[in-house]
Ligand binder design. Structure first.
Ligand code: SF4
Ligand code: SF4
Length: 437
């Protein structure tokens, strides 16, 4: 098997975002491979722990991808503040072809457009992908999984940080399919009676109240917050209310645009203009929606920039959805030129944490090596970009950790799923339920 086939066989998907099947990137042709170790979501530290504990495998993942893509250069993007991780990766790098790029502690320095620019000075064309400028970007955990796939080891664990309102913030490699309740128990339980969980981080993650939901191959962490925390309250607002408040209170100050990381990098994203779409009914919306098309949904405008606590990010989300539904194409300005104030307008993560009311939770999330195997796991058949996987097992069947339990249809985009425990298949629906034992 070549590397792309090994990655496909091991079910590796992008561990830092939507879960794009990694074998596709491995089969592309580029000249630079970038490892994304920026980890800019406040309070999450799982990439740091991976680089500290598995630096040789992360570097091996970079080297393998350089081989499969024909790249002559590998760059690992790490924040300058994480000096120990920089040292670990630098020591593990086998050749001058793989180097570390030191990043400032800004949000969202892990955004692909920003990371590619910072590491290479190349600007991805609007609506493009890193491949358009000869680059592939993978999260450091994905690269760890690539190195393991080359040894025939399937993805059965997901590194997560469980933090916020918990007794002991922790980072660990969770069995894929572990419930949020079991994951929070590893952190000693929640310290609030009523709480919500931001899945994947407070900036870009979804808010969840059902603790029977499970860790998937793309879950970066769980941030537990009391139900009355301002982030939970704001995120819980119905969309209708967000629109109504925005329509009446937006004074067009344009702070949301002036601090937008995509705008200052030179892309034509202008959330204050998108907010104008709230004031029109079937007149002009299509025009204002255009200014949302290049938004990366980082959330900075809603959670940091807007002095009125409005929801420009959500307005952009809606505009993008409307454009897609109407089949409207982006026709904006395609010239990309970083703003003269690019350096000075970036948002420091420390400042962001204070603004978000997260300072009391900004604590070290200790690594835990031995995590109890859950009694029951649930493996969703759809936990990646592409088609849902198709079950390859039957109820009552015994499986071992690492066995393939669901596969992709021939020719479809998707990823295999493997059991993360030794156990018995109990049920098969949208998820495969496995009982330990
Ligand atoms: S920052 Fe807030 S008030 Fe100002 S333009 Fe943007 S949405 Fe409107
Ligand atoms: S969410 Fe807001 S700040 Fe972030 S890219 Fe979109 S418009 Fe810009």
């Amino acid at each position: 098997m070549n590397l792309s086939e090994q990655i496909r066989s091991a079910g590796v998907v992008g561990a830092g975002g939507a879960g794009f099947p990694a074998h596709i990137k491995a089969a592309s042709t580029v000249d630079i491979v970038i490892a994304n170790g920026a980890e800019c979501e406040p309070l999450l530290h799982k990439d740091f722990e991976i680089m500290m504990r598995h630096a040789p495998e992360v570097v091996e993942g970079v080297r393998l991808l350089m081989g499969s893509t024909g790249a002559g250069q590998g760059i690992v993007g790490i924040k300058e503040k994480n000096a120990d991780a920089i040292a670990a990766i630098s020591n593990a790098a086998p050749s001058p072809q793989i180097t570390v790029h030191r990043l400032g502690d800004f949000y969202p320095s892990g955004d692909e457009y920003i990371l590619v620019y910072e590491a290479t000075k190349r600007l991805i064309p609007p609506q493009g992908i890193p491949l358009n400028v000869g680059v592939v970007v993978n999260n450091v955990e994905t690269l760890l999984n690539v190195a393991r796939a080359a040894q025939g080891i399937a993805v059965t664990r997901k590194w997560i940080t469980v933090t916020g309102a918990v007794r002991k913030p922790v980072t660990f490699a969770a069995p894929v399919g572990m419930t949020f309740a079991d994951a929070i128990a590893v952190a000693g339980g929640a310290t609030a009676d009523n709480f919500g969980v931001f899945v994947g981080g407070v900036m870009m993650g979804a808010l969840e109240f059902n603790m029977e939901h499970v860790v998937t191959k793309t879950t970066a962490g769980l941030v537990v917050l009391p139900a009355d925390h301002t982030l939970v309250v704001r995120k819980s607002q119905p969309e209708k209310a967000m629109r109504r408040i925005g329509k009446s209170a937006c004074d067009q100050c344009s702070f949301c645009t002036e601090l937008c990381p995509r705008y200052i990098l030179g892309y034509d994203v202008q959330p204050h203009k998108v907010m104008r779409s709230l004031g029109f009914t079937h007149t002009g919306e299509a025009h204002w929606n255009q200014y949302a098309a290049l938004c990366c949904a980082c959330g900075l405008c809603t959670l940091y920039a807007c002095p009125e606590a409005l929801f420009p990010k959500e307005a952009c989300d809606r505009s993008k959805t409307e454009m897609k539904a109407a089949g409207e194409k982006w026709t904006g300005n395609s010239e990309v030129k970083p703003h003269p104030m690019y350096e000075g307008r970036r948002t420091p993560v420390k400042q962001l944490i204070k603004r978000l009311g997260l300072a009391p939770y900004d604590k070290h999330a200790e690594f835990v090596a031995d995590v109890p195997t859950p009694r029951r796991i649930l493996l969703p058949l759809s936990q990646h970009v592409g088609a849902a996987a198709v079950a390859q097992v039957k109820a009552g069947q015994r499986v071992r950790e690492g066995d393939c339990v669901a596969d992709v249809r021939e020719g479809a985009l998707g990823a295999r799923i493997h059991s993360s425990v030794d156990g018995i298949i109990r049920s098969i629906g949208e998820s495969i339920e496995i009982e330990r034992g």
